[in-house]
Design a protein around this ligand. Structure first.
Ligand code: ZN
Length: 444
């Protein structure tokens, strides 16, 4: 294991590879590995560079690292940059390389966390080391948070910090974090290569529900009318079959239209068919568009029964509902209607959607930083379909953007394998992304 003091000599991609060698698997239900070790290593590397970071968390095993770098102008609102150090577990048999070896080969950094999101942790770290080495102070105060437990909802990471140490974020007006700012490569109708860097100005809310019912149990050969399981299934069916209305917000309209126009098409976004055709034409940039043009509700857990000839007296289901910014109350009202009176229900968790101002000088600064590394970049706003630690930090009134930049690879390599096997990220993308990030954090 290399000593933290060697961090100063490593590029962002090399730092990413180094950080992958900490197995920081988050198994959920409060079980995790390695977050303490990675936090100590980062803390030591920062200390060696002259920074006084703090290791914080509910217990030593769930350590996060937080640091405030004073800006040139301390009267300006501060900016938070956050990235999580934990990763999702691996199924080693599915991998063609060891998941925690942190190899660099064929122009890629390989291993769990290479894209989600030790690349960003490394880019932030490299930026801090560059500042220390060249005696640079950012324009405004920059608060840095390397947090534990994002992959399991952040209860022991971001949410804990927000609840127990909000003073660390005093004066922070805006944050940047996971997803957004990474290059998507497309080809226009006339063959021109396009590079789109969507910057996230919001994310859908996460409403997790448990519905449950009690009924008369008994012998499987003598079914009763009020079976708990049937009532739960019927309720889930109604929710699953419901067609959530198409909702094209200004942000999502701009996202789709900007890219479709750049491809050389004529987007017609006033009808459902027109929207669907545009999204279809966006290729890989269309996947996220699909998730942010409507709300979704999915039954993910069903629990009932112990034996085939026994009618269960109780049953439960869990549902994962995602609502677009501005629709939360309406979605809850619709769910109440769909659920009806046949079953009981409650929220397992309720995290409201997050949005950040757009247009804004913050957004302009992110766009400008990307353009320093890729002069032809197209930078539309986007929303995220899922959730990140932004949900926790937004509780403090912080406006959260998704901006974890990665540039395009000149040989066409692409990041891949997030949450799956053979996770990898091009070396060039990480190092280019780090330059974007440093440009932004220094000058914003
Ligand atoms: Zn992540």
């Amino acid at each position: 294991m290399s000593h933290p003091s060697t961090a100063t000599r490593l590029s962002a991609a090399e730092l990413c590879a180094r950080l992958i060698r900490f197995d920081t698997s988050n198994y959920g239900d409060g079980r995790s590995a390695g977050e303490h070790d990675i936090a100590s290593w980062i803390h030591s590397a920062l200390k060696h560079a002259g920074y006084a970071a703090q290791i914080v968390g509910p217990e030593p095993a769930r350590a996060s690292v937080v640091l405030r770098v004073p800006g040139e102008d301390r009267t300006l609102p501060a900016l938070l940059v956050h990235a999580h150090t934990d990763v999702v577990p691996v199924e080693p048999s599915q991998w063609s390389v060891p998941a925690f070896a942190g190899h660099i080969a064929d122009g890629y950094v390989w291993g769990r966390g290479a894209t989600d999101m030790k690349d960003m942790v490394a880019s932030i770290l490299r930026t801090l080391l560059n500042w220390a080495e060249h005696d640079i102070r950012p324009r405004r105060d920059i608060v840095v948070a390397f947090v534990a437990d994002e992959e399991s909802g952040g209860e022991h990471g971001a949410a804990w910090l927000v609840q127990h140490m909000p003073e660390l974020f005093t004066g922070v007006e805006v944050a940047i974090g996971e997803s957004g700012g990474d290059a998507i490569e497309l080809v226009a109708n006339d063959g021109t290569p396009l590079r789109v860097y969507p910057i996230a100005t919001g994310e859908r809310g996460t409403l997790q529900l448990r519905i449950h019912a009690r009924g008369t149990g008994g012998h499987g050969s003598r079914p009763q009318a009020d079976q708990a399981l049937t009532r739960v299934i019927d309720t889930c069916q109604r929710i699953n079959a419901y067609e959530w209305p198409l909702r094209l917000t200004d942000t999502v309209r701009e996202y789709i239209a900007t890219i479709d126009l750049a491809l050389g098409n004529d987007p017609q976004l006033d009808t459902a068919t027109g929207i669907a055709s545009s999204i279809q034409r966006l290729g890989s940039a269309g996947e996220v568009a699909e998730a942010i043009t409507r709300c979704t509700a999915t039954t993910t857990v069903l629990n009932a029964g112990v034996k085939v000839n026994v009618i269960p007296a109780s049953a439960e289901a869990q549902l994962d509902v995602r609502c677009l910014p501005g629709t939360e109350d309406e979605v809850v009202a619709t769910l109440v209607n769909l659920i009806g009176d046949d079953v009981e229900w409650e929220f397992l968790s309720r995290c409201s959607p997050v949005t950040a101002p757009y247009p804004s000088h913050w957004f302009d600064a992110m766009r400008a930083a990307i353009l320093t590394q890729d002069a032809d970049a197209i930078t539309p706003p986007v929303w995220l379909g899922g959730g990140t630690d932004a949900k926790a930090f937004s509780e403090l009134g912080i406006a959260c953007y998704g901006f974890a930049p990665l540039t395009a690879d000149s040989a066409g390599r692409r990041p891949g394998g997030a949450h799956g096997a053979d996770e990898r990220n091009p070396v060039e993308a990480i190092d280019g992304g780090q330059r974007v990030l440093e440009q932004f954090l220094t000058h914003v």
